[in-house]
Design a protein around this ligand. Structure first.
Ligand SMILES: [Zn+2]
Length: 444
C-alpha cells in the first residue's frame, strides 16, 4: 500500500513537472543566468479593503530549480516587497529575446527547493464603490503578458501548479459573490478559500468578484455522458435562460464529438463583446458561446505550452464554428503560426482563417481513413491537461494516420518556405475582438 502511494505520488509529480516545455535559460549579464523553474505549490491571500480602496496580495511560492542562477517568474505590477528563503530580496524585469518581458529574482540560487514570498497590489480591472468592490482577472491570448501575471505572481504558461487563493473583503457589510473555476468554500461572509486543480496554468483561472445580486444568475446541472452531475452557472444582464439553454445544448454537442466535459463545472458570464476562454468557464457574447465552450476542450483542456502552439486551438474552434468544412490544398496559405520565437507568448491571428483551413485540409486529406474529428478526440483524450508544442501535435497526427506531414507543416505552419502575407491576418476575429482597457473595465 505504501509503495503504491509512493508510486502514485511520483507519477503525479512527474505529470506536473513541465520543465521540459520551458524556454531556454536567459543570459541576464556576463555572470548571471535567468533560470526557468518549476512551481510546486502556490498560496495567495487577497484582501480588499473598502475604506482604503486597496487590493493587497501576499503570495508564497514553493518552487524547484534544477540549475544554478536567478529564478524567473512573472508579475506585471512591481512587487511591494519580496523575500527568498526568508531573506529580503528584489526583482527586476528583463526582455525575453525582444518578444516579451518577464521578471526574475535578483539573487543567484543553487539547485533545490526554494520559497519565494511576494507582496503586490492589484490595480487592473478593479472598481470601487462606497460599500462594494468589483474585481476580475480578465485575460487575453492575443496581447503579451495578459494572463494571471497581470494580477498575481505566476509562472509562464508551460508550468502547471497547485494554486490556492483566499479572498477577504473588509470594511463592508454588503454581501459579495465570487465566480471562479476552483473548488470554492465560503468561510464566512465575504471570505472564501479556493483550491484550483493541479493541472491549471497561468491562463486557466476565471475569477470575477462582484456585489451579490448585481447580475442576475441561473444555476442548473448538466448530466455528463460519464454520469457526473456538472454544475452550470450562467450570469448575465441579458437573458439567463437563453444562455443556459444554449450552454447545455453545446455541452451535449461537444461531449458527442470529443467525450466527457473535462472540467468540474461550467461558468458562463454573458457579457457581450466577443469572448475569452478559461478552464470550464467563459466571458462571452451569445454568438461566441459555442466557440468559447469548444475552448474548454481545445485551449483549456488540451493546453498550449507557449505562443507557438496557440494556433491549434483557434484553428480547431474556428473549424467547428464553420461547420467542419473540407479544404483542398490550393486554398491554403503559407504561414509561420508556429515559427515565431520560442519565447513568444501570444497566438498568431492567422490561426482563425489560415489555421482553420489547414485543419480542414487535413480533414479532406485523411477522410477516407477517419474524420479529423476522430483524431482530435483521440488527441484530446491522450493529451488533456498536458501542455503541448506544435511538433507534438504534428507527430500525433502522423502516428494516427501513419504518414509523414513534414512538407505540409514546414510550408503552411512553420514558415520554412516563406509566408503569404495578407491584410486579412490583422483584421479582428469576431469571437476575439481586441478590447481596450476601458472596454475590459466596463465588463466588470
Ligand atoms: Zn478562440
Amino acid at each position: 500500500m505504501k509503495l503504491l502511494t509512493l508510486a502514485m505520488m511520483l507519477l503525479s509529480s512527474a505529470v506536473m513537472a513541465n520543465l521540459h516545455q520551458a524556454p531556454p535559460s536567459l543570459n541576464l549579464n556576463r555572470n548571471a543566468k535567468g533560470i526557468f523553474v518549476d512551481f510546486k505549490k502556490v498560496k495567495s491571500v487577497i484582501t480588499y479593503d473598502i475604506n482604503k480602496r486597496s487590493a493587497k496580495v501576499v503570495t508564497s511560492i514553493e518552487f524547484e530549480q534544477t540549475e544554478a542562477g536567478m529564478p524567473v517568474f512573472d508579475l506585471v505590477p512591481t512587487p511591494t516587497s519580496l523575500s527568498i528563503n526568508g531573506a529580503g530580496a528584489t526583482s527586476e524585469s528583463t526582455s525575453l529575446s525582444g518578444v516579451s518581458t518577464v521578471r526574475f529574482v535578483k539573487k543567484a540560487l543553487q539547485p533545490g527547493t526554494h520559497n519565494l514570498v511576494i507582496l503586490n497590489e492589484i490595480s487592473k480591472n478593479l472598481s470601487w464603490n462606497s460599500n462594494y468592490v468589483k474585481s476580475a482577472f480578465w485575460m487575453s491570448d492575443l496581447s503579451d503578458r495578459r494572463y494571471l501575471e497581470q494580477y498575481l505572481p505566476t509562472n509562464l504558461e508551460f508550468d502547471q501548479y497547485k494554486n490556492d487563493i483566499e479572498v477577504k473583503i473588509v470594511g463592508t457589510e454588503v454581501e459579495h459573490v465570487l465566480y471562479t473555476n476552483g473548488e470554492t468554500k465560503l468561510l464566512e461572509k465575504n471570505n472564501w478559500s479556493v483550491s484550483y486543480p493541479e493541472g491549471y496554468t497561468a491562463s486557466s483561472l476565471f475569477y470575477h468578484l462582484t456585489k451579490k445580486g448585481l447580475i442576475p444568475e441561473e444555476k442548473k446541472t448538466f448530466t455528463s455522458i460519464d454520469g457526473r452531475q456538472i454544475p452550470v452557472t450562467v450570469y448575465t444582464s441579458g437573458s439567463t435562460s437563453k444562455f443556459m439553454k444554449s450552454s447545455l445544448k453545446i455541452m451535449a454537442e461537444l461531449e458527442r464529438d470529443y467525450g466527457p466535459w473535462p472540467h468540474a463545472q461550467l461558468i458562463v458570464y454573458g457579457a457581450g463583446s466577443g469572448g475569452m476562454e478559461y478552464c470550464g468557464a467563459t466571458i462571452t457574447s451569445s454568438s461566441a458561446l459555442g466557440h468559447e465552450l469548444t475552448h474548454s476542450y481545445f485551449a483549456r483542456g488540451v493546453m498550449p505550452a507557449h505562443g507557438n502552439a496557440g494556433w491549434v486551438d483557434e484553428a480547431v474552434a474556428s473549424w467547428r464554428d464553420a461547420g467542419y468544412p473540407s479544404y483542398s490544398e490550393w486554398r491554403l496559405s503559407r504561414t509561420q503560426m508556429a515559427g515565431h520565437s520560442i519565447y513568444r507568448r501570444t497566438t498568431d491571428r492567422a490561426a482563425y482563417s489560415k489555421g482553420m483551413r489547414f485543419i480542414g485540409f487535413l480533414h479532406e486529406k485523411f477522410k477516407s481513413q477517419d474524420s479529423f474529428k476522430v483524431f482530435l478526440k483521440n488527441f484530446f483524450e491522450t493529451r488533456k491537461f498536458k501542455p503541448f508544442k506544435t511538433p507534438e501535435f504534428q507527430k500525433a497526427i502522423e502516428d494516427f494516420y501513419n504518414t509523414s506531414l513534414t512538407g505540409e507543416f514546414d510550408k503552411y505552419i512553420y514558415g520554412k518556405k516563406g509566408i503569404d502575407e495578407s491584410p486579412k491576418d490583422l483584421t479582428e476575429n469576431e469571437y476575439h475582438p481586441h478590447l481596450t482597457d476601458k472596454q475590459l473595465f466596463d465588463l466588470l
